[in-house]
Design a protein around this ligand. Structure first.
Ligand SMILES: C[S@@+](CC[C@H](N)C(=O)[O-])C[C@H]1O[C@@H](n2cnc3c(N)ncnc32)[C@H](O)[C@@H]1O
Length: 299
């Protein structure tokens, strides 16, 4: 799809992500030192669960990484022996991914394609050619159509091929930090186990179908960043709809996990756990993240 033909949501979101790429590459959040040392790591949630997806290791597996950003996770899997195709609609992200692959000597095991997810079948006309589709942390909220997302995944997977998906939990996406102008915003929250931080406030309906028009100049990887392209369009996807879309597209669900931690400071009350994840200061009131494994059925 030519950029001028793109819907407004895609243009806004792409400009936002294009601007984020250099911020992220320069950030401590995306620490590329282990990758550069040949020992790239994923977050503990994926590290714990991926043996269920690639039980015999990554050598020889063909992996499609959807919404790969600037390729850091794609190249971790390539370092482990997979052949990875990363797809993202941000050209700066794809350029950065290609440069990183060259720097790491992984050009022969990685390819990065610039395309909107919904154009993936045209950008990469290789049906049933992947052993694994991998997509994690900050993905489907940028996509309007979860049914088509699931069909695209199914189209690329070989029969018996696996999906690994991890993201924020849709129940947590109902909430946001309390706004400064809300009544009582400067008072400690009674609900929290000590400390002055306030519990996040409900902001978005779990079953909301309309796009959410947001305007947030900050960035999860760099709290000091002030993005010029701060307007974005995002979507809520209830968990049941995501699971059903995958089943209807031809995948069998192998496992679904809920997590009380995520790899970014989703709410200001969250605290770093010391392993790259952020969790609740006391009681785990709500799941913050979720992940699943699924297998493409042969039928
Ligand atoms: C939060 S990042 C992905 C997270 C990845 N785990 C990371 O942190 O490196 C989201 C990515 O989705 C991409 N993206 C958003 N909407 C897209 C779309 N419609 N098609 C393809 N890529 C999209 C953005 O360019 C961005 O690189």
């Amino acid at each position: 799809m030519a950029q001028s033909d793109s819907p407004e949501w895609a243009r806004l979101n792409r400009a936002h992500w294009d601007e984020k790429v250099p911020v992220h590459v320069a950030s401590e959040f995306y620490d590329l030192a282990p990758l550069r040392a040949g020992e790239g790591r994923l977050y503990p949630i994926e590290e714990a669960e991926l043996p269920r997806i690639a039980s015999a290791g990554w050598h020889g597996l063909r992996v499609l990484h959807l919404q790969c950003h600037f390729g850091a996770d794609s190249l971790v899997l390539a370092q482990r022996g997979a052949t990875v195709v990363g797809l993202d609609f941000s050209m700066p992200a794809v350029r950065q991914a290609r440069a990183l692959a060259t720097e790491l000597g992984l050009d022969d095991r990685s390819r990065f394609i610039c395309a909107d997810l919904y154009d993936a079948r045209h950008a990469l006309p290789e049906p049933e050619s992947f052993d694994v589709v991998y997509t994690t942390w900050g993905t489907i909220g940028w996509l309007p159509d979860i049914v088509e997302w699931a069909r695209i995944i199914a189209w690329f997977l070989k029969p018996g091929g696996r999906l690994y998906f991890a993201d924020g939990h849709p129940a947590a996406f109902v909430f946001d930090d309390p706004r400064a102008d809300e009544p009582g915003a400067d008072e400690p929250a009674a609900l929290l186990d000590g400390g002055p931080a306030r519990f996040p406030a409900p902001r978005f309906g779990y079953f909301e179908r309309e796009p959410l028009a947001l305007d947030e100049p900050g960035d999860y990887a760099d709290p000091d960043a002030e993005l010029a392209h701060s307007r974005t369009v995002e979507w809520m996807h209830p968990l049941g709809e995501t699971l059903t879309a995958l089943v209807d597209a031809g995948l069998g669900i192998d496992f679904v996990s809920e997590h009380d931690a995520v790899p970014w400071q989703m709410f200001s009350v969250l605290e770093p756990r010391g392993d790259g994840l952020w969790g609740w200061p006391g009681t785990s009131w709500l799941p913050l993240g979720m992940s699943l494994g699924a297998t493409r059925r042969a039928d």
